[in-house]
Design a protein around this ligand. Sequence first.
Ligand code: AP5
Ligand code: MG
Length: 216
Amino acid sequence: MATFIVLLGPPGVGKGTQARILSETKKLAHISSGDLFRENIKNQTELGKVVKSYLDKGELVPDDVTIAMIRDRLFRPDCGAGAILDGFPRTPAQADALENMLKEFKGEVNAVPYITAAENILVERASGRWTCRAHGHIYHEKFNPPKQTGVCDVDGSEVYQREDDKVETVTKRIRVYIEQTMPLVEYYRKAGKLIEIDGTQAVEDVTKALLGALNK
Ligand code: AP5
Ligand code: MG
């Protein structure tokens, strides 16, 4: 049966960094709602035009638009074995929609690692982040700099700072997370799926903790 892992946690905690590693290790597709939105904005699609102002302001994209995009992504062939969901669901309505979609795979959310860190760490991580233009590879100017300044190690493309990583917008995103996404912590705890992971550790140690918990 397919395996679906939802990575839950505040902006900048390291979901994207860990999702990429887990997706390679576990041979599961990586679905990042934020990356999908940014790709649509970059390509100036209709969806990109609709969502740009939400991302710029650090607000959530409406549920119906987000759910339709994820549904479309989940039904692509590379999700046959399952997926790591990074940044979706982010509201109770999205969590309910996900449950229904996964029934069509005769699957369910198997585990929800919840990665946490204090707000000052989140702001430091997001505001020092550099993202690769071509494929979204993630760097940090202090904690994980590319070998050559300004250039992605993996594909040689330019790295840039996300528009929503300005300190004011990161702070806004954290508020939005607390109001709209935190209820999912209890939702998945009640379902017996939540696994708490200390996100303040180094990247390798967070990975070890995640793999240890998921392989149990
Ligand atoms: P999205 O792109 O998902 O942003 P986010 O959830 O705010 O999370 P981030 O990508 O900022 O952080 P991350 O946890 O992935 O951390 P990362 O690994 O990069 O969403 C953006 C926007 O899209 C939203 O604001 C909203 O508008 C919209 N959206 C997306 N999903 C939506 C949904 N479901 N519904 C509605 N709207 C939605 O790491 C951060 C930095 O820290 C990097 O520099 C990294 O190198 C560094 N780092 C990572 N781990 C460590 C570590 N252990 N130690 C030191 N540094 C580390
Ligand atoms: Mg991310």
